[in-house]
Design a protein around this ligand. Structure first.
Ligand SMILES: [Zn+2]
Ligand SMILES: [Zn+2]
Length: 207
């Protein structure tokens, strides 16, 4: 993973200073800090709100080639449930494990993360880890019932929510034709029957 080439702000909470380690292999430093989340940490449907606290719990260990950063970052996550559109508010802990190679050192891997001077930019790694852990189809809960397709009511609030089988009113006229077991065409058969039994039909008409 490579850091984008932009000047690092040493005061940004996600920029770690390794100066104290003095490039002595074996030196170690613990970083426990609450820092502000940068913009765009997440995907469109769910992400970490700008400025929300990120809790860092990290060990910075000096090794021969660079500085090994390990530990965790805990972030707040906000998003919208894809089924019921309800707000999702959650916490996400991502594992951090990355070797930052000293500038000038020759890593085998061109894509290795690098220190810039004494500074480590944690943001690109954190971004990758957070995005990797976020669901593309976030749900407020695994069994979210979603919304009623007819009226938009939240079915989680009322799982028994039903509508009486209601058809388009224009079908009401045809409802009389509905039935089962061969009775469906009664109305249509009235005319032919009347023709077959004209006398009977005439009597009925008089009544
Ligand atoms: Zn939901
Ligand atoms: Zn409904």
């Amino acid at each position: 993973m490579s850091s984008p080439h932009r000047p690092l702000n040493p005061r940004s909470g996600l920029v770690l200073d390794t100066h104290e380690l003095g490039r002595r292999a074996g030196a170690m430093k613990v970083v426990r800090a609450s820092v502000e989340a940068p913009a765009d940490l997440g995907i469109s449907v769910i992400g970490v709100p700008l400025g929300s606290p990120i809790e860092l719990d990290l060990r910075l260990e000096s090794v021969v080639e660079g500085v090994l950063v390990s530990g965790s970052a805990t972030v707040e996550v906000r998003g919208e449930c894809v089924r019921c559109l309800g707000e999702i508010s959650d916490e996400l802990e991502v594992d951090i494990q990355e070797l930052y190679v000293y500038p000038g050192a020759e890593p085998d891997d061109d894509l290795a993360s690098r220190l810039e001077g004494d500074l480590i930019d944690l943001e690109p790694l954190l971004r990758d880890e957070v995005v990797l852990d976020l669901p593309f189809q976030p749900l407020c809960r695994d069994d979210c019932l979603g919304l009623c397709v007819e009226c938009g009511a939240n079915l989680n609030d009322n799982p028994d929510h039903r509508h009486a089988a209601r058809l388009d009113p224009r079908w009401d006229a045809l409802r009389g034709l509905e039935g089962g077991d061969g009775e469906s065409y009664d109305v249509l058969q009235t005319a032919p029957r009347a023709m077959k039994f004209p006398g009977q039909s005439a009597r009925r008409n008089k009544e």
